[in-house]
Structure formats: C-alpha cells, structure tokens
Design a protein around this ligand. Structure first.
Ligand SMILES: Nc1ncnc2c1ncn2[C@@H]1O[C@H](COP(=O)(O)OP(=O)(O)OP(=O)(O)O)[C@@H](O)[C@H]1O
Length: 116
C-alpha cells in the first residue's frame, strides 16, 4: 500500500510539474475548468457528463504524454535531429487529435443547451 501511495505521489508530482511548466497544459486546464463550470450551470445529463469527462481526460493525458516525449527527446537529442523533430511533432499531433475530438464532443453536448 505504501509503495502504491508513493507511486501516486510521484505521478501527482509529474502532473504538477507539467502544469507549472507547460503553457499548453495551463490552457487545457483552464479550458477544463470553464467547460466543467458551464456543465454545472447548464445541468448536463449523466451521459453528457460521461462524454465530457472522457474527452477531457483524453486531452490532459495526451498533453502529459507529449510533455514526457519532449523531455525525453530534449535529453536524448539536444542537437537538432530529424527523428527528434518527428518524435516531438508526432506527440504534438496526438494532442491535436484529442483536442479536435474534444471540440466536436463539446459542440454536440453543449449546442442543444445554448441554441436559441
Ligand atoms: N532536437 C530537435 N531536433 C529537431 N527538431 C526539433 C528538436 N527539438 C524541437 N524541434 C522542432 O521544433 C519544434 C518546437 O520545439 P520546442 O521543443 O521548442 O517546442 P514544442 O515541442 O512545441 O514544445 P513546447 O513549446 O510545449 O515546449 C518542434 O515541434 C520540432 O518540430
């Protein structure tokens, strides 16, 4: 149990470190706060909350993985290298894919609540 709690503490430290140093992570977290506040105000259904929470988790997890890839690439290849570029750009692409999916889910969920 103590080992598990230690692992959780390390993982939490990783989330805090990424949130403190990565501008994109701060943007995603701010967006999550706004989206969840809007969800509470608009009274989303259980199914709508499921969709919103899943896509938010996907985006934040992808951003954390992207940050991890950036750190490893900077460590392994401080000098410019085509493979370093490919690794960073591919990881960034993963974040973009999840962000587009989140935007589409957001439209599908929120539009019926706010349409005139
Ligand atoms: N070692 C490298 N070799 C080749 N290209 C690189 C290397 N490091 C970064 N790049 C290229 O420069 C771009 C910008 O990289 P940089 O690390 O400055 O910012 P980022 O990857 O967008 O991350 P962030 O701005 O969130 O720190 C990358 O997307 C990649 O295309």
């Amino acid at each position: 149990m103590r080992r598990f709690l230690r692992s959780v503490a390390f993982a939490w430290g990783g989330i805090r470190s990424a949130s403190g140093s990565q501008a994109n992570m701060k943007i995603h977290l701010a967006a999550a706060v706004l989206v969840n506040a809007a969800g509470l105000l608009l009274g989303l259904s259980r199914a709508e909350w499921l969709a919103v929470i899943i896509v938010q988790g996907m985006v934040l997890a992808a951003e954390l993985m992207n940050t991890a890839v950036e750190h490893v690439v900077d460590l392994a290849s401080p000098q410019p290298h085509p493979l370093a570029k490919a690794a960073k750009d591919t990881a960034a692409g993963a974040v973009l894919v999840t962000a587009i999916a989140a935007a589409i889910v957001g439209l599908i969920v929120f539009w019926p609540h706010v349409r005139p």
